[in-house]
Design a protein around this ligand. Structure first.
Ligand SMILES: Nc1ncnc2c1ncn2[C@@H]1O[C@H](COP(=O)(O)OP(=O)(O)OP(=O)(O)O)[C@@H](O)[C@H]1O
Length: 268
């Protein structure tokens, strides 16, 4: 009999308060599990603690209460197996695109150790990623020479270059126009199909959540916790055509209602 593998990410009864006992309680009683290779989206009212949750999973902050376990180990500091991308691409302006993408390799072991002797191999990998996101030929350009969408593509490559087993995406497409955003959904979808990292995506865009994920987790108002989830019934590879179907729109509508209920519950 095959034993069921433990969840790759296990968050149990987490609370997070910023700034001491009188500070802001961002999360309370927050629990969730994510399986290895699963793609989940986290949605919820503004300010409910989604980014805080991301910081706890990646070890950038310790929780005030509860436990965060990733790959069987309690998170006690910044996680080297995680790749991250945020709403603002945060590329270093003095580095060209290639050197920005290579940055995690200079920091994360075992790549850091191997970088000098295997630079050719790593550069090839960075170029392949840039090609995958449509940035071949832009390696020597600087961030300010690229559009916002192109910078976001580069930052996705930087999040992926060290083959992270966990990809944490906090509103990565939030600042982009709708066409660029939809292009990047498919870029991300292809990356996920090719490499199968475990992905946690925070987004305000419910269509994005449903199009990209296997499961959408819905958070309550602050202090945030997971109050509901919705499994997405589509296989891969998905095409943007599904976003126009009545079934897809009904799922988005259902999520919108649940978030609206969460907001009203807080106001009551
Ligand atoms: N570094 C911090 N110090 C103090 N309070 C903070 C800090 N970061 C976040 N908060 C507070 O914690 C709460 C949750 O913030 P968080 O950014 O996690 O929410 P969010 O759901 O990601 O918000 P949004 O949907 O607007 O992006 C907010 O009230 C915020 O003001």
């Amino acid at each position: 009999m095959n034993a069921i593998p433990p969840p790759f990410v296990q968050i149990d009864g987490v609370a997070m308060r910023y700034g001491g006992v009188e500070g802001t309680l961002a999360l309370r009683g927050c629990s969730l599990d994510v399986a290895e290779g699963e793609f989940v989206a986290v949605v919820g009212p503004s300010g409910c603690g989604k980014s805080t949750l991301m910081r706890l999973v990646t070890g950038l902050w310790p929780p005030t209460e509860g436990t965060v376990i990733v790959d069987g180990q309690e998170v006690a500091g910044p996680l080297s197996i995680a790749g991250m991308a945020f709403q603002n691409p945060t590329l270093l302006p003095w580095r060209n695109i290639m050197d920005n993408v290579m940055l995690p390799l200079e920091v994360v072991q075992p790549h850091r150790r191997q970088l000098r002797s295997q630079r050719g191999h790593y550069e090839h990998k960075a170029r392949e990623l840039l090609k995958l996101v449509g940035l071949a030929g832009f390696e020597a350009k600087f961030p300010w020479q690229l559009s916002g969408g192109m910078q976001q593509r580069a930052s996705l490559c930087r999040a992926l270059v060290h083959d992270p087993r966990l990809l944490m995406l906090d509103e990565p497409f939030g600042a982009l126009d709708v066409f660029t955003r939809e292009d990047l959904w498919d870029v991300l979808q292809d990356v996920w199909i090719a490499r199968k990292p475990t992905v946690i995506l925070v987004t305000h865009d419910l269509k994005e959540a449903v199009y990209l994920s296997d499961r959408v987790l819905i958070m309550s108002n602050r202090p945030g916790r997971i109050i509901a989830e919705r499994t997405v019934p589509y296989g891969r590879r998905r095409s943007l055509d599904i976003t126009y179907t009545a079934e897809f729109q009904a799922i988005v509508h259902e999520l919108r209602e649940r978030i609206s209920d969460a907001r009203k519950a807080e106001a009551a």
